[in-house]
Design a protein around this ligand. Structure first.
Ligand SMILES: *Cc1c(COP(=O)(O)O)cnc(C)c1O
Length: 236
């Protein structure tokens, strides 16, 4: 227990240091960046350690694992970020416990999240990011994301619902591409989105391997798992 907390504390300190260094070289203030610690595959006890170490934003990518952990840690008052691909039939229930969904990539999902949130016990709107694919058009990455040309329509659909709040964009850099190139393209998409929806200021980009590139290109949220919690037992 003590060892595990010390281990997580070390990973967290190192990650915060990386964010601070990336901000310093980009001329940004670290307070502009929210660190979302991705806890998928790790136990609720790790979430408790993270909370004790000052983390308030945690990310999950699968239901029902996410629901179970959110319920186990309900007393901690954390912000739960759903960052994984989401099936339409699970969206209603996810809308009940998530605070932010990063992976909105189709219209049917918007409708399911809106009605799920309307039925939830909270009156707070669900924060939504449109996930945009940065893969070449023909690549079937299987990692989700709307085509760049679909972003405006999705943003409009989210903004139509009182139970949802359009916050911005999310993306995952292509596996074998240049993250700087990918995140520069994302920054351009974000600028275009903000011309229509000025409040959509969040850019969720950057993971353990490429957070520096994301910070260089304006990320407001980085999603970091393995650099803090260690190698996941399964590859996801
Ligand atoms: C797992 C995951 C992360 C974190 O990845 P690491 O490489 O472990 O930092 C970030 N974003 C999404 C969407 C993920 O599924």
């Amino acid at each position: 227990m003590g060892d595990r907390r010390a281990q997580i504390a070390a990973g967290l300190a190192q990650t915060r240091q990386r964010i601070a260094a990336a901000c310093a070289s980009a001329g940004r203030d670290p307070s502009e960046i929210t660190l979302v610690v991705v806890t998928k595959t790790f136990p609720a006890s790790d979430v408790e350690h993270l909370h004790a170490l000052g983390v308030r934003d945690v990310g999950e990518n699968r239901h029902p694992e996410a629901a179970d952990k959110a319920a186990a840690c309900a007393a901690l008052g954390l912000h739960w970020h759903y960052v994984g691909q989401l099936q339409t039939n699970k969206a209603k229930v996810v809308a009940g416990y998530a605070d932010v969904v990063h992976s909105v990539d189709r219209i049917r999902l918007v409708r399911a999240l809106a009605s799920g949130r309307a039925a939830a016990s909270t009156t707070a709107p669900l924060d939504c990011l449109v996930q945009v694919s940065l893969d070449p058009p023909q690549a079937a990455s299987g990692r989700g994301g709307a085509a760049p040309g679909e972003v405006a329509e999705l943003a409009d659909a989210i903004a139509e619902h009182d139970t949802l709040r359009l916050r911005g964009l999310m993306a995952v850099a292509p596996l074998d591409g240049d993250p700087d190139e990918a995140f520069a393209a994302l920054a351009e998409q974000s600028a275009a989105l903000r011309r229509r929806w000025p409040q959509a200021t969040w850019i969720s980009a950057g993971m353990s391997g490429d957070l520096e590139a994301a910070v260089r290109h304006g990320a407001t949220h980085v999603r970091v798992g393995s650099a803090i919690l260690g190698t996941r037992p399964t590859a996801r």
